[in-house]
Design a protein around this ligand. Structure first.
Ligand SMILES: NC(=O)c1ccc[n+]([C@@H]2O[C@H](COP(=O)([O-])OP(=O)(O)OC[C@H]3O[C@@H](n4cnc5c(N)ncnc54)[C@H](O)[C@@H]3O)[C@@H](O)[C@H]2O)c1
Length: 262
């Protein structure tokens, strides 16, 4: 069925744009899914549409205890996590640096950066122990952003958090390169999900643009001049985590319609 057949995959942010696309692709490849997001009802709806083994646990990724519970659940069900995809995230309104709301900035750093650290702190010891005992390797894929490898005017706190995710990714990759765990980051830009749509809607509401003009404004710096699809990003996430991709670690891969090529 595919490289993921029989593998146990933990996915945060499962009911969001990339989360649903990743879940569908992994289910089609015969993976077993441990799905988490804020809303249990949405998780259950997602799982009902997937033809694979699923476990759904709602919770807030800012709570370190959630990650411990998720890893323990995977250990009990499958002997551990084969691939963890730390995908949950939030954006913030457009502000220049002096105007960034302090409470919002704290929240963005907590959800987009610290929660990835809490997740890896739960995932890595379990993955390492299993590797030591059985030789079975594992992989972590963190969702950073193009804003994690380049500055992002008007979303500076988000950009700072995502740069932090790239730093965590590279550091953990080097620490665990000989301990059976690959760690990579995917850095998308401008894919058509609720997160990007919220920015387009805000431009329509605040700047008097039509939806078409607002979208054209978003993609004006993208050589492909279009938004990406969630599926185009999801396939890169799967590739980064795939056991067939065994020599890649510590990378921050842009999926950006060519933005970083120019
Ligand atoms: N869409 C893009 O173009 C784009 C670009 C760069 C990076 N990203 C990153 O990709 C990831 C997924 O984004 P998306 O576009 O699918 O967004 P989305 O808004 O569609 O999905 C994000 C999901 O994360 C969940 N989430 C948010 N806060 C949470 C919390 N505290 N606890 C648990 N779950 C929480 C949400 O409920 C939602 O389901 C994010 O980390 C985002 O920053 C997206």
């Amino acid at each position: 069925m595919g490289a993921y057949t029989g593998l146990g995959v933990l996915l945060t942010g499962a009911t969001g744009g990339f989360g649903v696309a990743v879940s569908n692709m992994l289910a089609a490849q015969g993976a077993k899914l441990l799905l988490t997001d804020l809303d249990q009802g949405k998780l259950d709806d997602l799982a009902r549409g997937l033809e694979c083994e699923t476990i759904c646990i709602a919770g807030d990724v800012c709570d370190p205890a959630l990650h411990e519970r998720l890893v323990k659940t995977a250990e009990d069900a499958w002997g551990g996590v084969d691939v963890a995809i730390n995908n949950a995230g939030i954006a913030h309104p457009h502000w220049r640096v002096p105007d960034v709301d302090k409470d919002v900035a704290r929240k963005v750093i907590e959800v987009d950066l610290l929660a990835v650290l809490w997740a890896m702190q739960a995932q890595i010891p379990s993955m390492e122990k299993r590797y030591r005992e059985t030789g079975k390797p594992a992989a972590i894929v963190n969702l950073a952003s193009l804003a994690g490898i380049a500055g992002a005017p008007l979303i500076s706190a988000y950009s700072a958090a995502k740069h932090g995710v790239v730093g965590l990714t590279r550091s953990a990759a080097a620490e665990y390169a000989r301990r059976g765990i690959r760690v990579n980051a995917i850095c998308p830009a401008f894919a058509r999900t609720a997160m990007v749509q919220a920015g387009i809607d805000a431009s329509v509401a605040n700047d008097g643009l039509s939806p078409e003009q607002a979208e054209a404004h978003v993609v004006r710096g993208v050589p492909m001049r279009r938004l990406g699809t969630p599926e185009e990003v999801a396939q890169a996430i799967l590739w980064a985590g795939s056991p067939e991709n065994g020599f890649m670690t510590g990378q921050a891969i842009a999926i950006d319609g060519g933005v970083t090529s120019v």
